[in-house]
Design a binder for this molecule. Structure first.
Ligand SMILES: Cc1ncc(COP(=O)(O)O)c(C=O)c1O
Length: 401
């Protein structure tokens, strides 16, 4: 593997950590019970509200995203509670396994791993539940294993139309700060997130944004909990503190990440992710390969999963690309193992990094003997050039008016 230059980390998370964040974390750890820490805690807890688009409470647990899944479940439900989940892919399947391990009664709506949540299937389940036994509806906003998004808005509207009181829980681990997301507006009760993707941080922080309804219901939830209990966390957080030792240096990084997102503007961040996703899809189509996501309305702006022709091994392709060009791409997960590779285009990323990424894939396809047409990179560059041109004329127009 070449050792010069930078490694291209183009898995769909953990993502590239910007120098500014690395530098912000490289500071001495401070007393987590002291006033300086309290100020940091209050600042990041307040700053996160703009990212989740909520005026409500958010808690941060030192953990990977899986911890935030568990926190959401144990704080809201009691043994035997019925919940509805959707088989959108590998992560939805893992969340379901966790819910079952914790003693919940999961109705897992089957899916083909190429589509998002079907609001009609949800509607049918809700209509079939006159006794309101379904206590929670769980949705993965962006399925990282497939590159398919689900419309949280449509799920909310379906619940409202049915007048169903089930809680709405949404996993935004690979969408937060990459794809437009609105906790309050979409009436989400708990949003689950992690630090290592759109927030551009290393892994290690997990988040729950919590509605008032969820806070109230959590007081009577009977699943066993201790570390994940929201109550001591919410109480300590009012002064910026944590009930146990927080991940202080990751919080320095979070403060810097929030600053970067404020400087860029969330809408610009989403537009950049949309642009890189569209350029990637144009490359994939020009190569003559198939995008796993079957419905263009559900294309992910965080990552693109690409199907290889039958008889070709996606892991071999990834290995060849890593060995020759020092780039890591995402592997196929669960039943997609060896069938797809995933291009992460989220987090701290720009046009030229995407050009390099797609060049590595195109050269890798040739080296691995995967049948394809050349010209994917050229198609992506054309699109990026047009988009830059459009931005230039827009800026010129704004300068005049
Ligand atoms: C959508 C989604 N949910 C949950 C997880 C699990 O999070 P973690 O691996 O941080 O525990 C991931 C990880 O990539 C994910 O992408």
């Amino acid at each position: 593997m070449p050792s010069s230059g930078r490694h291209f980390l183009q898995i769909p998370g953990p993502t590239n950590v910007p120098e500014r964040i690395l530098r912000a974390m490289a500071r001495p750890t401070i007393d987590h019970r002291g006033a300086e820490f309290g100020r940091l805690g209050l600042e990041v807890l307040a700053g996160l509200k703009d990212v989740f688009k909520t005026s409500g409470r958010i808690v941060i647990f030192p953990a990977s995203g899986t911890g935030a899944w568990e926190a959401a479940l144990v704080n809201l439900f009691s043994p035997g509670d019925k919940v509805l989940m959707f088989e959108t892919g590998h992560f939805a399947t893992l969340w379901r396994a966790m819910a079952e391990n914790l003693g919940l009664d999961v109705d897992f709506v089957p899916g083909d791993w190429r589509h998002g949540v079907d609001p009609l299937a949800l509607e049918a389940r809700l209509t079939d539940d006159p006794e309101r036994r379904i206590k929670g509806v769980m949705v993965v906003h962006n399925e990282t294993s497939t590159g398919v998004t689900s419309s949280v808005d449509a799920v909310r509207n379906t619940l409202d139309r049915a007048g169903h009181p089930a809680l709405l829980l949404v996993d935004t681990i690979s969408s937060l700060a990459s794809i437009d997301y609105r906790h309050d507006e979409w009436g989400v009760d708990v949003t689950v997130a992690g630090s290592q993707k759109g927030l551009m941080l290393p892994p290690g922080l997990s988040f729950n944004a919590i509605s008032e309804k969820a806070q109230a219901l959590s007081k009577s939830a009977r699943l066993p909990k201790s570390y994940w209990d929201w109550q001591p966390m919410l109480a300590a957080n009012t002064a910026g503190f944590f009930p146990s030792t927080p991940a202080t240096n990751l919080l320095y990084g979070l403060s810097e990440a929030l600053q970067i997102l404020r400087e860029d503007g969330m809408d610009n961040v989403f537009a950049r992710h949309d642009r890189h996703a569209e350029a990637t899809r144009r490359a994939v189509r020009a190569w003559g390969l198939e995008i796993l996501c079957a419905d263009p309305k559900e294309y992910s702006s965080s990552l693109t999963a690409v199907l290889l022709p039958a008889g070709h091994d996606a892991d071999r392709l990834r290995e060849i690309i890593l060995e020759n060009f020092n780039m890591s791409l995402g592997n196929g997960l669960g039943k997609l193992q060896r069938k797809v590779f995933r291009i992460g285009h989220l987090g701290d990323f720009n046009d030229l990094m995407l050009a390099g990424t797609l060049s590595g894939v195109e050269m890798g396809l040739a080296l691995a003997g995967v049948p394809h047409s050349s010209g994917g990179v050229a198609a992506a560059l054309d699109y990026l050039t047009q988009a830059a041109e459009a931005r230039r004329s827009q800026n010129a127009q704004t300068a005049v008016t």
